[in-house]
Write a protein of this length. Structure first.
Length: 291
């Protein structure tokens, strides 16, 4: 018996509809804007950031847990936000602030056909892997982490605010055993990379983060060691490692230019796999719990 698939044309979404929905979203909280708008840590007044983070008890607790996690391997225990920012940097605090804020914009259960916890686990795994890759490539680790964390934000947007259409995407993918990108384009006519880029532009993410979101499936037109290439490779690795726990997870096609362009040996990639698995659960535990 063949599984029936939805008629693609029934669920088409015009890009203008996506843009209108994006414009209806509230602005990011001021604290998120403060930590995302600047490109370099030394452009931020850490005292102001510390004060603003400290006003949110849950955010303070989560930031301190993150700073004290094995992810950073600090010798002394961090007890204040000021210490956390000083020791792990504003860019690292950005990860906690961003993840905490965005989970509120895309609440679990918005699209019953899709498990949002799986999406967030995949995003965090990609962020961790991108950071590990960045260490070996000697590029900014925190940019890589942030880009990895945000790379699939378009999927969260589409699934949350176009629920009926995205449920059809899920059904189509299940029936055809295809990539999410292909299912989105076939059913909706809009894919999550395009939607994510538009949201990143609306929320004034940096150009490098926006380009990484837009190009994480097709990084060929990006320069070597670009964030898009790093996130593209990290995305494929964590799908292969099955860290999100998604049923019927598929490894997306990997660009040979991106993979080879990073210039890493097989031994280094094996180290990347191991280190990603080692750090993922701890980081996921910190960012996804409300304790």
């Amino acid at each position: 018996m063949t599984t029936s698939a939805p008629e693609p044309n029934v669920h088409r979404v015009h890009f203008d509809q996506v843009l209108r929905q994006i414009r209806d979203l509230p602005a990011l909280p001021a604290i998120v804007q403060d930590v995302l708008k600047n490109s370099h840590s030394d452009e931020v007044d850490i005292h102001i950031i510390a004060r603003k983070v400290s006003l949110d008890q849950a955010l303070t607790a989560k930031t301190l847990r993150f700073a004290n996690s094995p992810f950073y391997g600090l010798q002394a225990r961090v007890t204040t936000i000021q210490q956390a920012i000083t020791l792990i940097g504003v860019d690292s605090v950005r990860h906690v602030v961003t993840a905490t804020a965005l989970t509120g914009y895309f609440p679990p259960g918005s699209c019953p056909a899709l498990d949002f916890s799986v999406l967030w686990r995949h995003a965090i795994a990609t962020a961790v892997c991108a950071r590990v890759l960045a260490v070996h490539l000697h590029v900014n680790q925190d940019y890589a982490f942030t880009a990895g964390l945000l790379h699939d934000i378009g999927r969260l947007l589409l699934a949350t605010y176009f629920r009926r259409e995205y449920e059809a995407v899920v059904a189509y993918r299940d029936a055809h055993d295809c990539q999410w990108l292909d299912a989105e384009r076939t059913v909706m006519g809009v894919d999550h990379a395009v939607a994510g880029e538009a949201l990143a532009e609306y929320w004034h993410f940096s150009d490098s983060i926006r380009y990484a979101i837009a190009g994480h499936h097709n990084p060929e037109f990006q320069k070597v060691h670009s964030l898009a290439s790093i996130v593209h490779v990290a995305n494929a690795i964590v799908h292969a490692l099955d860290l999100s726990g998604e049923d019927n997870d598929l490894v997306p096609p990997v660009s040979p230019n991106a993979w080879e362009g990073l210039g890493l040996s097989e031994d280094v990639y094996q180290h990347v796999f191991h280190e990603t698995e080692l750090m993922f659960e701890e980081v996921s535990r910190v960012l996804l719990t409300n304790e």
